[in-house]
Design a protein around this ligand. Structure first.
Ligand code: ADP
Length: 244
């Protein structure tokens, strides 16, 4: 089976010399939902940006593959269509005068389907927000507009960077339900380990630009030494069931 995502020995240094990724390798199979966890500065966002070619690889051979297709300059239009990326900061993703235009921005490049835009807004609970200005929405609403924009493109792979940041408990619950219903392959970076344990059977732990663990989410969260070592904390919902 061709993996939905494959990363082979990816290293990356920012122009100021900081090494953000140091030999990251993993694969994600079609339909899997995988968590990406680790402390601040671990390299999670940097890794996610590579998955649809936002950060250039400063090397000869491609090291990121989406459904077998190498992420290279010439493949970028196809890659960006297949990989929907929800940025960590909603303000990086919103730049149009109205919500409708922002959500339509992606699908517009593939032939605009107005119904799809409205459908995506309804999915994230923002029906009726079409003519609002994204700048005047709450942070949680902005995040949902961004998610609608990603969903409207119907990506095969959904890459989410801190999707529940800024959401209130109800918003978090709704987002979880929504993500569960989306059949796309998913990679979710989050500090919200409750979300990760509920949605992702498997997780990767990233720290210092390296994958330090890759396995069943519950087993990882039950490994208190691993959690402590990488600045993580077992979520409350697991607090009452102790591992043997
Ligand atoms: P995480 O998402 O896990 O918090 P990041 O990918 O944001 O981690 O950051 C990984 C490392 O790269 C950190 O040391 C961070 O300071 C550094 N970094 C992130 N963005 C930049 C940038 N634009 N320029 C230089 N260093 C950066």
């Amino acid at each position: 089976m061709t993996p939905a995502l494959e990363v082979r020995d990816l290293s990356f240094r920012y122009p100021d010399g900081r090494e953000a990724l140091a030999g990251v390798s993993f694969t994600v199979n079609p339909g899997e939902c995988v968590g990406l966890i680790g402390p601040n500065g671990a390299g999670k966002s940097t890794l996610l940006l590579h998955l649809n070619g936002i950060l250039p690889e400063q090397i000869q051979a491609p090291v990121v593959f989406v459904a077998g297709m190498p992420v290279t300059e010439e493949n970028l239009p196809t890659i960006r269509r297949q990989v929907g990326l929800l940025f960590q900061d909603a303000d990086d993703q919103l730049f149009c005068p109205t919500v409708f235009e922002d959500v339509a921005f992606g699908p517009q490049q593939f032939g605009l389907d107005e119904a799809k835009v409205r459908e995506a807004l309804a999915k994230v609970g923002l029906a009726g927000y079409e003519q609002r200005s994204p700048q005047h929405l709450s942070r949680g609403e902005k995040r949902r507009v961004c998610l609608a924009g990603v969903l409207a493109c119907n990506p095969q792979v959904l890459v989410l960077d801190e999707p529940t940041a800024d959401l209130d408990p109800r918003g978090r619950r709704e987002l979880k339900d929504l993500l569960r219903q989306i059949p796309a392959t998913k990679l979710i970076a989050s500090h919200d380990l409750e979300l990760v344990v509920e949605l992702c059977p498997r997780s990767l732990v990233l720290d210092g630009g390296k994958i330090v663990a890759d396995g069943a989410t519950r087993a990882l969260l039950d490994d208190s030494a691993l959690m402590l070592r990488h600045g993580l904390e077992r979520p409350h919902i697991l607090q009452h069931h102790h591992p043997h």
